[in-house]
Design a protein around this ligand. Structure first.
Ligand code: ADP
Ligand code: MG
Length: 524
């Protein structure tokens, strides 16, 4: 039976819009941070609990709002930043749609405390309903607190990631945005534990405090970049940070241009890490193509491509001998994420970074030879790393709670097999349909690197079962294991239920005793 058409209420409209703007705690932190920066703040403090699902609080000393503006700011399409569509061509602020506060307040218990230096206002809302508006005392600036996120959107709440992965995502957003505003000081805590404390700094100082040292610097009008050495390139693009007009964005085009600039210094399929700032005429960038403003459309692409490529190439030839500055920043470059060993509460990842062996050595690792690790332990142990890796992986992916690693930019894939889609979800791959035959992947089990995900899918199709797929995947990876990686696999194997056999029943390790050597060498 046909339903009568009714106009949706504002609170329902806001909730629908919230689906686009507010995906998770990190997207909220991003919107609120942008607002604080647009308001000209010098100090911003962010505090989260429960990965942001429990609460997000952000306090700034920016312009604040008058009582009238404070009320208006929660309405949809209410913005102080543009007046006409033409203003999009000369945009200098991060926000412009007037959507974020309306959306965020529609799906949370929301409080706004703000003062323009003259009048302070406190507003409390619950799912868009204003519960209280009263004058209050506050220094100039704004405090926003968002609690019980998604309390009225259970479906969205159900699909939220683990606390650790939300914290990692929020951290990444703050780290990135802080690089574009080095003059602003940031403090950031999770459950009162300090994660970032950044004083007002120079740009390079800020970036190196966040991402570690960069040996190569390039400066030209409208282009500024720090580049890691070619030998530190990675098999994924997570170390690439691009700002266009101070807005953090993703652009495959610019990423490719930088890669070309590194030229033959890079090994095949390796991606350099960099932080690049590009200033372009606001009319050349269309920021209005992505709900979260993560992607931009660039006109005059080919000239930009050449400019960036030339810039990067030149900065390698001009300061090749510049040595890496010593570094005493608070954080290491990558969020603990890559490859195999990033997991909640993983004690050895940080230790590994300092170059120490991650295990108490009762067995002494000797060397890696191809797919084998040779270990000394009451004689010798020969370990098949592919089998061990596959065993660790299969058991990990079968766990009920799988540690996932959120991707900063969702991965888009063609998908014509709904069953495969369901299988992926069961394995902890967080994905959703974005078209009839297209999915977006938001997070991967931390066992699988995003650059290896396609290989994983093809191994899965070949293998059909998780056991067979794990073995095929590890074989197809053709990975050259470093000694550190090999040791960690061995270590992880010790936590597996079956430590003897790989998932398809082949023995993972063999003990070699002196008598075996004697037989082998025909001595005796
Ligand atoms: P937009 O940023 O796209 O304009 P928002 O919904 O994020 O939309 O914010 C609405 C308006 O509220 C902003 O245009 C700004 O005038 C005001 N506002 C929001 N946050 C702050 C803040 N931290 N300080 C001062 N004004 C703010
Ligand atoms: Mg905004």
């Amino acid at each position: 039976m046909a339903q009568k058409i009714v106009r949706l209420t504002d609170s329902v409209i806001n909730q629908i819009a919230a689906g686009e703007v507010v995906e998770n705690p990190a997207s909220i932190v991003k919107e609120l941070l942008e607002n604080s920066l647009d308001a000209g703040s010098r100090h911003i403090a962010i505090a989260i609990r429960g990965g942001g699902l429990q609460s997000i609080e952000i306090e700034d000393d920016g312009s604040g709002m008058s009582p009238e503006d404070a009320v208006a700011s929660l309405e949809r399409h209410a913005t102080s930043k543009i007046r006409s569509a033409d203003d999009l061509n000369s945009l200098t602020t991060m926000g412009f749609r007037g959507e974020a506060l309306a959306a965020i307040s529609s799906i949370s218990h929301f409080e706004l405390k703000t003062s323009n230096g003259e009048n302070g206002t406190f507003i409390r809302t619950k799912g868009s309903d204003i519960q209280e508006t009263i004058p209050c005392a506050r220094n100039q600036g704004t405090t926003i607190s968002v609690r019980s996120l998604f309390f009225n959107v259970p479906a969205r709440k159900k699909f939220q990631k683990s606390v650790a992965s939300n914290v990692a995502q929020v951290t990444k957003i703050i780290e990135i945005i802080s690089c574009a505003y080095p003059e602003v000081s940031f403090s950031y805590t999770s459950h009162d534990e300090c994660i970032l404390q950044l004083p007002s700094q120079r740009r390079r100082e800020r970036i190196e405090a966040v991402f570690g040292p960069f040996p190569h610097l390039g400066e030209r009008p409208a282009l500024w970049g720090l580049f890691k050495a070619p030998q530190d390139a990675k098999s994924h693009r997570r170390g690439q940070v691009l700002f266009i007009n101070r807005r953090p964005v993703f652009s495959p085009l610019i990423s490719k241009a930088v890669q070309m600039g590194y030229g033959t210094r890079l090994k095949e399929n390796m991606y350099p890490s960099f932080v690049l700032f590009l200033e372009v005429d606001p009319a050349v960038v269309d920021v209005n193509v992505h709900p979260q403003k993560k992607e931009v459309r660039l006109s005059e692409e080919s000239s930009l491509f050449q400019r960036v490529e030339g810039f990067v190439a030149e900065c390698f030839t001009s300061n090749q001998e510049e040595s890496a500055p010593t570094f005493s920043g608070p954080l290491s470059f990558e969020p603990p994420a890559p490859f195999l060993f990033a997991e909640e509460g993983n004690a050895y990842y940080p230790k590994m970074r300092q170059g120490s062996l991650p295990i108490e050595v009762v067995e002494k690792p000797l060397t890696v030879m191809g797919r084998y690790l040779l270990l000394e332990k009451e004689g010798l142990l020969l370990i098949d790393l592919i089998g061990a890796h596959a065993r660790v992986m299969a058991e990990e992916l079968k766990k009920e709670t799988i540690t996932t690693q959120a991707l900063l930019w969702p991965l888009e894939l063609d998908m014509d097999d709904p069953e495969l889609f369901q299988d992926l979800q069961k394995m902890g791959v967080e994905c959703r349909w974005i078209g009839v035959k297209k999915i977006a992947v938001d997070a991967l089990p931390s066992m699988i690197d995003s650059s290896e995900f396609l290989l994983f899918i093809s191994s899965w199709k070949e293998g059909k079962t998780l056991d067979a797929a794990s073995v095929r995947f590890c074989r197809n990876l053709k990975k050259r294991y470093s000694l550190d990686e090999a040791i960690l696999i061995w270590r992880r194997l010790q936590n597996c239920r079956d430590r003897l056999y790989d998932p398809i029943g082949k023995k993972i390790w063999e003990k070699i005793e002196q008598k075996d050597l004697d037989i082998w060498m025909s001595r005796g």
